[in-house]
Design a protein around this ligand. Structure first.
Ligand SMILES: [Zn+2]
Length: 103
């Protein structure tokens, strides 16, 4: 099988990376595959052919990106509520951002 992920000589290094990072493409979980002479860290979805799985980002980055996306979605919903005839949440975008740990 061709190499699909990042190679690490020591399994403990692969474990550290898989624990601290997520896939940069889909923000998904990283798996470790033991191979002859090295361990490989790869996006779990890439193994299934469902992600290009190029690179890693920290889990903290993923949390911030998801919080920002939730805020963006909330702001868009709030701004378009009248136009689209949607019910507005009683919480403001700022309240939601605060609840998500944002700014
Ligand atoms: Zn992925």
């Amino acid at each position: 099988m061709n190499q699909l992920g990042e190679k690490y000589k020591y399994y403990t290094d692969a474990e550290r990376v898989a624990r601290r990072y997520s896939c940069a493409t889909c923000f998904g979980h990283l798996n470790i595959i033991r191979r002859a002479g090295f361990s490989e860290v790869i996006c779990a979805r890439k193994e299934l052919g469902r992600c290009a799985g190029i690179g890693f980002v920290t889990k903290e980055y993923v949390e911030r990106a998801r919080a920002q996306s939730a805020l963006d979605r909330s702001e868009a919903y709030w701004n378009l509520a009248d136009t689209l005839g949607l019910a507005r949440s009683k919480r403001s975008a700022e309240q939601i951002a605060k609840e998500l740990g944002g700014e």
